[in-house]
Every structure is written in structure tokens, then in C-alpha cells.
Design a protein. Sequence first.
Length: 491
Amino acid sequence: MVFEDPSQSRRRWLAHVVAALALLVAAPVALYTLGLAPVRSRHALPSAQGRALPTPATPAPTPAQPAPAAPTGDYAALLRARDAEAAAVAAAATDPAIALAPGALLFTVDDPAAYASMNAHLDAVTAVSPDWFRVAGARCELRETVDAPTRALLNHPGIKVIPRVANLDGDRWTSAETAALLADPAQRSCVANALAARVIALGAHGINIDFEALAPEDAAGLVAFTAALRAALHPSGRTVTIDVAANDRAFDLARLGAVADGVVLMAYDEHHPSSAPGPVATTQWISDAVDAARVVPADRLVVALGSYCYDWPARGEAESLSYAAAMARAARVGAAPVVSPDGGGARFAWSAPDGAAHTVWCNDATSIADALAMLRERGVARTALWRAGTEDPSLWAVLRAPDANARARALATVAAPVTPEVTGEGDLIAQRAPGRVGRRDVALDARGRVIAGRYLSVPTAPLVERLGGDASKRDVALTFDDGPDPVHTAA
């Protein structure tokens, strides 16, 4: 998955930089993240295709893939047997679902900058899903990493903490191991019970299942695993949610909708690192994904929107970028992003020093505003943001805006990123330039849908230089303190 940090090295480094910058800049530190790598399956499945933007600059859509042949022989028999198993499990889930509050759910909070943004915008979300658990093997083994900042939210009124459990080993989705686990009732039940016991012991409000890179034969086991967690958590009033992709036969949406309290539709990556360049998710593509998930009860459907960027070279896979990093790149090359209609977000092109052409697409606040307007029209009351740390900061004002006019005003200004752009090496940090606010001209129709727009200027982060990395210069730094300060330099 994009932006994973399994070694925690980025977390530790960023913690030092953010702490140092706090001594230089009298601004709150806030950053955010979001992304997803394309799902792979052990059996070829048709790709979900989106509609190309109707503008001359829009690349051709990714060619449609041929539909896979119908299962035959032993494999078809296996799917039928597991389908019957899933049907029985879903039918047995007769206790009422635990309702999810309308509003926005926040995924995934796992680094210092994301914590800062989370704390700054808790009034705009109803739940947070921290990255606490891993199930990487085929046996009853649970890995746990509970961080203090999100654990502290357990006592926050109005915020539910619903930690994520992912089938990740480092940054690898464990497809084969997870398939073996889901196919083994004893191991499956053991993991569900162990996970539920830890959720209850920690005082969390539920669990979010994020098992990816699965195949159709895993669908029934996933339903059974979800139902086992429901049975273990419902008696204490805790919820079970699960992340799904539309048009992927590894996810039995109807039965998952019967056994889970919330089904989180990952409505992003219409275009992804290994596809042709294009919007991360147009509003029409998101609407089509919602259509595909209509078998899920409306009060259990959560639509997850991405807010991140991709930079595609002329050849090879795209680089995943936060919104702030993409805007910094646009500023360096003098690019002026254009806002696409139909919720396609912002796009710009640039050339590397070697002449290589690049195309950048961002799911910025304009694309999210357009998607939210569509979802409101369709009566979808629950959304999620994937993931904490990479968003266009103005999306928070969009979420809080009461009407289309207020949303248009919110889109006009993009706050300067507070996480710095860093150059140089060494342990000393000096601020070289302040951040700069960005400006957009965006037109919305009466429904709040984006008609057109352009960036008048891009936001830029503070520029910070690290010093002291060259030992031959033997620099000496003198620091002064104007304390005492009740927090930082108490007497």
C-alpha cells in the first residue's frame, strides 16, 4: 500500500524535524496521508474502468481487459462449496448491526505529522482508524503496534477508535498466507478471538479489516472471518468494518454487508502507478463503484476517498506523492495546475533535467468536493479519507462548509504546508524561507459540482536547511533560550 512505513524510519526522522521546526516557526504542524497500491489476485479478474475526462489534455483511458473465462472443473466446484459456506454464515448473522455515525472516518494515522493533523481536525471526523495490528502468516499469530497518540483518543468524547488489521508483512500483502488462514476454520477462529480480545482489552471501539490481494476462492473465508469477529465483539457493543474494492470477486459484497457493521468501499486508484496516467478517481468512476456496491445496506456503506497524487514518467511506474510534495514539485518547475471537470482533480506536466516528460494528477480538494456533492445527491452519509497525511489542507474547510457557496470559498485558498521541504545534511536546522499560501479559481454549479478551475498560485512549504553534515567544516552552533516556558523550558 502506498505510504506504508514498516520500518518506522520515516516516523523517527520526521519526529526530529518536526520538533526542531517547532522552535523556528510559530505555526501548528499539520500533515496528512492517503493511498493504495493496485490489488493483485491469484486468478485474473477484470479491471474496473473509469470514464476519461472530456478534455483534450486527458490521456486515453486504460484499455479494458478481457473478462476471465468462467471457472470450470475442480475450481468451479470449490467456488460453489465456499459460496454455500458464505451463504450459511451470512444467514446466521441475525443480531442487529451496530450503527456507524454519519460523517467522515479517518484512515490511517501512523506518523507525527498525521497525528498533528488528526488533532487539529477531530471536530470534522467521527472515527479514527490507527494502524495497530498485522496478520501476516497462515497461523494464529497477531502482531501489535499500539501508538500513544491514537490510544489517547480512546477517552475522547465523540471519536471512535477503530484500529486497522492488515494482512501485511512489511510492505508485502501476504496473499498466499492469508488464503491459507481464511481456508482453515480453526486458525481463522483463533485469530478472530485473539484480535477481539486485544481490541476489548485496549478499550478500542471496534476493528477495521483490511485484507487485500486476495482471490475469489478467499471470499467465503473472509465472510466467515468477519462474522467471527462480529460474534466476538458485538456482545460488548463494538463494531466490525471491512475494506472492499468494487468489481473484485474476492469481496462478496452482499454477504459482507450482512455480517459487517460497515463496508468501506475503496473508491480510489481509477488510475494507479502501473496504469496509464489519469485521474486518481473521477466522480463518475466513484459513482459507478457505488452502483456496484448497491447490495450493501445504505446505512452500512462507507465510501473512502483518496487525497494524494501520482507522478507518471513517460515510461515506468508512477511515483506516489502527498499533495504537498506534488505542489512543491509544481512550484520548482513553474507549473500551473489545471482543475479538471468531473472531479478529476488537478493535473500538470513537467520535464526533468534530462528532458524526460512527467504527468502529475492529484486528488485535491476540488475532486473531493465534487465527489462529496455527488454522494450527497445519492444519499451516502458516511465517508472515509485514505489516508492521514497526504491531503490538500483545504479539504477540511470543504468538509465543514454548510453549502455550495461556502465550499467555493473554501476551495479558493490552499494553506501553506507546515511540514517543511528539507535540504542539506546535519543535525542543525535553519529556516531559509517561509511557506506560501496557494490560490485557486474554481467554479461550481448550483449542486456544488466542479465546472472548471485553475491554480493561480501553488502553495509552498517552508524551506529548511540541515547544517553540520560536513565534518571538515567543524561548524559551531550557539543556541539561545528566552524561557522559562511552562511547556518547553519550565523553570
